[in-house]
Design a protein around this ligand. Structure first.
Ligand code: PNW
Length: 515
């Protein structure tokens, strides 16, 4: 070996795993939690493929200590989780009572993370709107009400947790909230113009109204944080947007333009107002009077309302002008190149193929356009048919390992070769969990780096978890403190795990990890 030291990510680089409240917590009717819009939606026949709901999920409301122990074994620096609004304020509204047990749950979780040296990275809203607000005034459709109620909810969280939480995400993926919830009608509350899908809804107007409300609720919560909390608490706050790289199908001018249109609708719809102070021209042209306008006072609050760029990304689409899908900006997506080859490895979800160069290109695009540090808050892969595989096979998640090999090296190249300021990376997800309807068919074991046996709730690290633990162990500069500590060894085979219910009796799986 030569004496040169391979460059690494900075010692301050944050990495960890991500989850969301409704996807992991379960215990939906305990300790005073109010219903969220996902509670009943996921129980309606036909909404989720095999009728699973969030009643148990990964039981993390009860098993949170074991979850933290596993995160500590993985050696993560941070954990991204979301707070359930209806646990904290069961009816959701600004004059509704706060639930002390809800506060206590997240407070304990945050304390335990910090005791384990894990930085809490907290999402305030990951789609689980209190049902009472939807019933009371239409939830996100009612800007004047929802903005005030969301800001009060955020305030309760800043007051209760902000002494310890220094990384806040206001909203997860507003495009999904708006389009999937109020346009396509496949996510709660399931509204759509398609009367076979939903008795109510207007797909041509509601998604744009909802998106506008989400931007304003985010922006007013950030204003509050900056004015009343930032000086004393010293945290950062921003939004996280979904968005996949858009590559022209070929170099014809209309397809080059189509790729930009795809980015304008998927990302620019939210990022342009928040970082640049206006909706994209293409959105204005496409929607005309259907796109709500900001008042000058609102715009002043919206522009500059995120301290960083929060990026959730999964894939790359080849883009061709045309088609009738307004939600994609009248752009057709494909994974098949003009020469007939596939872009990458197909995931279980139709919308996902593995293409690491697209990840690097997207990082470069966002850095040049919005000029703020980037936190990658989600990135992951659903292995084909993983759900029906026996555990031994599911743990050998080679396609997911390859996916993360690709994105981690693209990440490193973007930072060290291209000079993009990326500060965090959170693979989705820490554990197999309740997976909405993202594949337009419900699957309950799909994105996790940790296998969950739903009978016993035992957790088993997959190969991808081991790969990521090792990769970040090797590719982040060691901080002064926990010097050169080798990442913990992980068991090699299912048989190596101790028996007994994970964490509740007998030796825990976490002890097994120490073996
Ligand atoms: C994200 N799409 O959702 C969410 O933030 C997670 O809660 C979810 O589990 C994860 O990705 C995997 O699906 C998405 O249709 C849902 O392109 C749908 C899409 C993308 C992301």
């Amino acid at each position: 070996m030569s004496g040169t030291v391979a460059p690494k990510l900075s010692k301050d680089f944050i990495w960890g795993f991500a989850t969301a409240s409704f996807q992991i917590e379960g215990s939906t009717d305990v300790d005073g939690r109010g219903k969220s819009i996902w509670d009943d939606f996921s129980k309606q026949p036909g909404k989720t493929m095999d009728g699973r709901d969030g009643d148990v999920a990964t039981d993390s409301y009860r098993l949170w200590k074991e979850d933290i122990a596993l995160l500590a074994q993985y050696g993560v620096k941070s954990y991204r989780f979301s707070v359930s609004w209806s646990r904290v304020i069961p009816l959701g509204g600004r004059n509704d009572p706060v639930n002390p047990k809800g506060i206590q749950f997240y407070s304990n979780l945050i304390d335990a993370l910090l005791e384990n040296g894990i930085v809490p990275f907290v999402t305030l809203y990951h789609w689980d709107l209190p049902q009472a607000l939807h019933d009371r005034y239409g939830g996100w459709l009612n800007k004047d009400e929802i903005v005030q109620d969301y800001v009060r909810y955020a305030k309760v969280c800043f007051e209760s947790f902000g002494d310890r939480v220094k990384h806040w995400l206001t909203m997860n993926e507003p495009w999904c909230i708006s389009i999937l919830g109020y346009g396509r009608g496949v996510f709660a509350p399931g509204r759509s113009s398609d009367r076979e899908r939903s008795p109510e809804g207007n797909s041509s107007t509601e998604p744009w109204i909802v998106g506008h409300s989400v931007i304003l609720a985010h922006a007013y919560a950030v204003k509050l944080y900056r004015e009343e909390f930032k000086a004393s608490q010293g945290g950062q706050i921003g939004i996280t947007l979904n968005g996949d790289w858009a590559m022209p199908y070929d170099d014809s001018p209309q397809n080059v333009e189509a790729a930009q249109h795809a980015l304008d609708v998927a990302i620019g719809w939210f990022a342009d107002p928040i970082y640049l102070g206006h909706y994209p021209d293409y959105m204005k042209q496409m929607l005309r009077e259907r796109l709500p306008e900001f008042t000058p006072e609102e715009l002043a609050v919206v522009k500059g309302s995120s301290d960083f760029y929060g990026m959730n990304t999964y894939t790359t689409n080849l883009c061709r002008a045309g088609g009738d899908d307004e939600f994609q900006g009248f752009v057709e997506y494909t994974f098949i190149r003009p020469d007939g080859t596939q872009l990458g490895t197909q995931a279980h979800c139709a919308w996902l193929q593995d293409y690491p160069q697209g990840f690097r290109d997207l990082l470069n695009y966002l850095w040049k356009r919005y000029k703020l540090p980037i936190y990658v808050t989600e990135n992951g892969f659903a292995v084909k048919d993983e759900n029906s595989k026996p555990i031994e096979e599911a743990l050998q998640d080679n396609d997911r390992v390859n996916y993360f090999k690709g994105t981690t090296s693209a990440l490193k190249a973007a930072v060290l070769e291209d000079g993009v300021d990326v500060r965090a990376y959170f693979p989705w997800s820490f554990v197999d969990n309740f997976e909405w309807q993202a594949c337009l068919l419900y699957h309950h074991r799909i994105f996790g780096v940790t296998y969950v046996d739903y009978e016993t709730q035992k957790r088993y690290p997959k190969e991808s978890a081991k790969f990521l633990v090792k990769w970040f162990g090797n590719n982040i500069d060691a901080a002064e403190k926990p010097s050169n500590k080798a990442p913990p060894a992980l068991p090699q085979k299912v048989a190596d795990y101790p028996s007994g219910h994970f964490g509740l009796e007998g030796p825990s799986i976490v002890q097994g990890l120490k073996a």
